[in-house]
Design a protein around this ligand. Structure first.
Ligand SMILES: [Ca+2]
Length: 88
């Protein structure tokens, strides 16, 4: 019988980030920096006007437009949910 190999993948590991101190998920930039390391960024630095990734992917204009519109919808939804929960 064949035993499945461990799914450990060092390449995937290098782009995985430990969660931030407040438990929020963190994200690895798609390109490594000059030392070959993948920088981990918090989601609140996405599209904040400052380049945090070595190639500036976190400030990509097209991605940020999508991110901001999606986030705006989610904020409205979260707000409505909160009000609904409080009103019960
Ligand atoms: Ca940024």
């Amino acid at each position: 019988m064949e035993v499945a190999q461990s799914s450990y993948d060092p390449r995937a590991e290098s782009t995985k980030c430990p969660p931030a101190a407040d438990g929020m998920e963190r994200f690895a930039c798609p390109t490594p920096d000059r030392q070959g390391r993948y920088r981990c960024i918090d989601d609140h630095v996405l599209c904040d006007g400052f380049i945090d990734c070595p190639s500036g992917e976190d400030e990509d204009r097209q991605a940020c437009m999508f991110y901001k519109t999606t986030k705006a919808h989610l904020d409205v939804l979260a707000d409505a949910l909160l009000r609904w929960a409080r009103g019960r």
